[in-house]
Design a protein. Structure first.
Length: 318
């Protein structure tokens, strides 16, 4: 995704949903064929927010609080299009997006603007922040400056936080030199956390060249460029390595994790750790079953909101 210049017209789709379902509605927008937004922000609505509309009272959950979802598009949409996109989810969960509207936006760089709305986020002993948000001064906290731009990974999403927690736990069990692979590195935030916290060498790859560039830039900003080798590669293709990895982390889409199982497991050393994220409570059994069939043993499962992160250990001589 390229940053959009001020001369390009943009439109904003916005609506209010119960806080429990905000992530699900965002995913529905982002996965809509041919209608993916260029940026999405989610924020807590004020007390004057409209009441959440209930479609199926028997299935609707009692929740408190509402969140405002705002999605930016570089193509003009119409309300019936958006309604058709959201309807299957609304009917499934019994809650309807309230106050849905489409507005034409002023000609400014909305991708950059949406990133500026994000606060810093604390993961373990790290505080991840953008250039617009100076880190809080606190003892024993390591600030990380991460500019995601078009790349995924500001630390705010539950899958990134879960992956980081699992990664730190895995690396903390061994003080020796370790080799880490970050498959689908996005902004490079997980690679940088590993390189900052532990005595490791990291190999990171992504299919998107803009993510590779962003990851390299962030590694340099945070002073760990020499410890991270970043390159363009598709997880759909085998990765040939001279020495297997002690830890492999992949925070990518559910279908990609399923299809990549036979390519990820061979690059893990016996007894090594595999960390997977990018799937929810309805999908984790399929992921875990697939990887167990390839010699991976579940160590721990991390639940963050509706999202799951699973740590596996590779069975020796499998």
């Amino acid at each position: 995704m390229n940053e959009h210049q001020p001369s390009q017209p943009l439109w904003q789709v916005s609506f209010t949903v119960a806080n429990k379902w905000a992530d699900a509605f965002v995913a529905e927008l982002e996965n809509a064929p041919g209608l993916a937004p260029i940026a999405v922000t989610v924020r807590e609505e004020d007390s004057s927010a409209p009441t959440i509309e209930v479609v199926h009272p028997a299935r609707a959950l009692a929740t408190t609080g509402a969140w405002r979802v705002e999605a930016i598009y570089d193509q003009l949409l119409h309300l019936p299009q958006v309604r058709r996109t959201l309807r299957p989810l609304e009917e499934s969960i019994g809650t309807k997006a309230s106050g849905l509207k489409i507005e034409t936006l002023p000609n400014i760089d909305w991708v950059r603007h949406s990133l500026k709305l994000l606060p810093s986020v604390r993961i373990g002993t790290f505080e991840i922040h953008g250039a617009h948000t100076p880190p809080a001064a606190a003892a024993n906290i390591t600030p990380l400056l991460i500019e995601a731009g078009p790349a995924f990974g500001t630390g705010h999403h539950a899958t990134t936080a879960g992956s980081a927690a699992a990664l730190l736990e895995a690396l903390g069990q061994n003080n020796g030199q370790q080799r880490v692979c970050d498959a689908g590195c996005g902004s490079g935030v997980l690679s940088i956390i590993a390189a900052k916290k532990h005595n490791v060498q990291v190999w990171a790859f992504d299919i998107d060249p803009s993510c590779v560039a962003t990851s390299r830039k962030n590694a340099k900003i945070n002073g760990v460029a020499r410890k991270i080798t970043t390159f363009q590669h598709s997880i759909d293709k085998p990765l040939y390595v001279h020495q297997k990895f002690d830890v492999v982390v992949a925070n990518i889409l559910f279908n990609s994790l399923l299809s990549a199982a036979t390519r990820l497991t061979p690059i893990i050393a016996d007894g090594g750790t595999l960390i997977l994220s990018g799937y929810d409570r309805t999908q984790f059994r399929r992921i875990e079953s697939r990887y167990r069939s390839l010699g991976m043993k579940i160590i721990r499962r991390y639940n963050t909101d509706e999202w799951i992160t699973t740590s596996f250990s590779k069975i020796s001589n499998y």
